[in-house]
Structure formats: C-alpha cells, structure tokens
Design a protein around this ligand. Structure first.
Ligand code: FUB
Length: 339
C-alpha cells in the first residue's frame, strides 16, 4: 500500500511538472498598483534620463535616521529597481540629519542632486549650518558628492525655510531654484554651474512668489506656453495634506491659486501631497507622482509613493485627480531624453 501511494504521488508530480513546462511564461505585469515600490518614502521627484524613468524620494523616517537618499528607476512606470544610498550624509560634511525632498537635474555629462538637510532653525542656540545643498555625480544612480562644502541656501529669505527645492529650466536656458517651507516660496536664478545665484536686475537674489494657502513642496512646468506652479497645503503628517496649483505667463508669476487638484480619499488613502510631474517626451501624456498615508495609519512618517494620470481640460485647467490603488498602466519610453 505504501509503495502504491508513493508511486501515485510521483506520477502526480511528473504530470504537474509536464503541464507547467508547457504553460507559456506569465506576461510581464502591465500594472502593478499603488504604492509603486515598497517602503516608507515621500516627496518624490520624478525625472526621465535616457530610456528610464527615475524617482528620487525622501526616506520617510524620524529625522535622525534620514541620513541617506535612495533612488528608483523604471523602463515603464510599473517595474522599479531600487538604487540604495545614491546620496549619504557621509559625503556631505555639513549635513547630519533630515535629508529631504531631492530635486535632480542633468546638465552636460553630470547629474546634480539638490537636497534639504538638517531641518535648519537659525533661531535655535548653537544651530549648525543647514539648508539646501547640491551634490554632483556622473550617473543618475550616484554616488553623489557635495559640490560646495556648504549649503547653497543657508539663510532664511522672505520667511522661507530653505527646504523643498525644485529646479526649473526655462526655454531660454536659465535654471531657477524654487523652494521654501514655513508657508513661503522663493524663486532665484541659478548660476550656470549651480555654485550660487545671479541676482535679478533690481539687485535682489530671492523673490517671493508665494501664492494663497501655500505651505511647501513647490514645482513648476511648462505646457502649451503656460507656466504651471504646484505646491502642497496642510500639514504633511496629517490626512488633509493636499496639492493646489496656479498658472502664470512667466516663472515669476504672479500666481493666482486656481484650486486643489489632489487630496485624500477616505476609501483609498490620506494626506496625498508633495508631488512631482512627468510628461512623456513628444506626447501630451502626463502623470502625477506623489506620496500618501495608508488608510487608518496615524504614523506621520508612514508615507508611500504613488502615481496617477494627470489630465487637463481644453482651457488648460488641471482636472482633479482621483487617487487609486490601481496606479497606472505600463508606459515604456520610446525617445531618449534628458531633463
Ligand atoms: O519629508 C520631509 C518634509 O515633509 C518635506 O520637506 C515636506 O515637504 C513634507 O513632505
């Protein structure tokens, strides 16, 4: 009896293996859902380099543990590869905590990663330097090394904490730094080598472009000749964190708030904010990449990176985004491009 049962089990295994061998390989996933990669990450900065999408997020953890930045690359917005520690505070002598909200630029043969560090509070006694720094590498995967040896912006200008930087390149080739926490947003003209700033014609370096209800997390892009300015509102640890936008005719504005386009959905997730935008080269296809909290999770650092399609109406208004668990379908990159 024992021998018979063993032979039957063996025969069953062989039949199963033969069936598996004939079955076609599973098709590559065309949609992987939100969040798009595992782990607690926030403040995603999205870019396209060559035939890959890249995302540079904040590692979302207590400030003392935020001593590195990871990056993620993908050929299609669905399959993501992690590149650990593209920047580490070991490579930046003045940065020791709270590495936040990276911004990435490719220029010449180099990649420049702008970051906030130390959660700078100059009103505190013995506050060491902190603010916005810039690091450089020859690959988008790093390793990035400090460019300056000191912060690029290490002072409070127009009331803005030097965090949450975004680098915008205008059609004339001028790069702008747009940044600011504490409900104030500044714009400044970067020098070509990113070592400092070119003052405006009136002699000032930092100009406020703060719109109504602005809190932090600014970004800018151009579409059909208009300048779109987006930012986050509310508190990032809570459920009401959200994204609003304005449209202007130049990077300097003025920017009048149009309204909120990204926010929580009590059936999907909360605190949806601090976004980035992707435009597939040569198309009018747009995506919004952002972070949110899982439903019912009250830990402010529990933030996950998600993606949705972004649509405009015929007048160029951004349509409200519905946050989803499905995310987006695969969008392989055809054209090689650099931002
Ligand atoms: O991740 C740290 C901070 O949280 C960012 O600088 C803010 O924009 C908020 O998202």
């Amino acid at each position: 009896m024992l021998l018979k049962n063993t032979l039957l089990a063996l025969a069953g295994t062989l039949v199963c293996q033969a069936a598996l061998a004939q079955r076609p390989a599973p098709a590559a996933a065309t949609r992987d859902g939100n969040p798009i990669f595992p782990g607690w990450y926030a403040d995603p900065e999205a870019a396209i380099f060559g035939s890959q999408y890249w995302i540079y997020p904040t590692y979302s953890a207590p400030y003392e543990q935020q001593v590195f930045l990871d990056a993620f690359s993908s050929p299609d917005l669905v399959h993501w590869t992690k590149h650990p520690h593209v920047l580490d505070t070991a490579a930046v002598k003045w940065a020791h905590r709270a590495l936040w909200a990276p911004a990435i630029v490719a220029k010449g043969e180099k990649y420049y990663l702008f970051f906030g560090a130390n959660d700078y509070h100059p009103e505190k006694a013995n506050e060491p330097p902190g603010g916005i720094g810039v690091a450089v590498a020859t690959s988008p995967a790093g390793p990035f090394k400090d460019l300056l040896g000191h912060p690029l912006v290490g002072t409070i200008e127009n009331g803005a904490q030097p965090i949450d930087q975004f680098v915008f390149k205008d059609t004339d080739g001028q790069y702008y730094l747009i940044y600011g926490g504490w409900q104030h947003c500044n714009i400044a003209r970067l020098k070509d080598d990113f070592t400092g700033f070119r003052p405006f014609a009136d002699g000032t370096t930092f100009k406020s472009i703060t719109p109504e209800k602005y809190v932090e997390g600014p970004l800018m892009f151009r579409r059909q000749g208009k300048y779109y300015f987006m930012w986050s509102e509310g508190g990032w640890t809570g459920p009401d964190y959200s994204v609003a936008y304005a449209v202007g005719s130049s990077p300097m504005g003025p920017f009048k708030r149009e309204g909120k386009i990204l926010q929580q959905d009590p059936t999907v997730g909360t605190g949806a904010g601090h976004n980035s935008v992707i435009n597939v080269p040569g198309t009018d296809r747009w995506y919004i990449v952002y972070h949110r909290h899982p439903l019912g999770d009250k830990d402010g650092n529990h933030r996950q990176v998600c993606i949705e399609e972004l649509h405009f109406d015929k007048q160029g208004h951004i349509l409200p985004v519905k946050i989803t668990t499905q995310g987006v379908s695969a969008q392989p990159l055809k054209a090689a491009a650099r931002r």
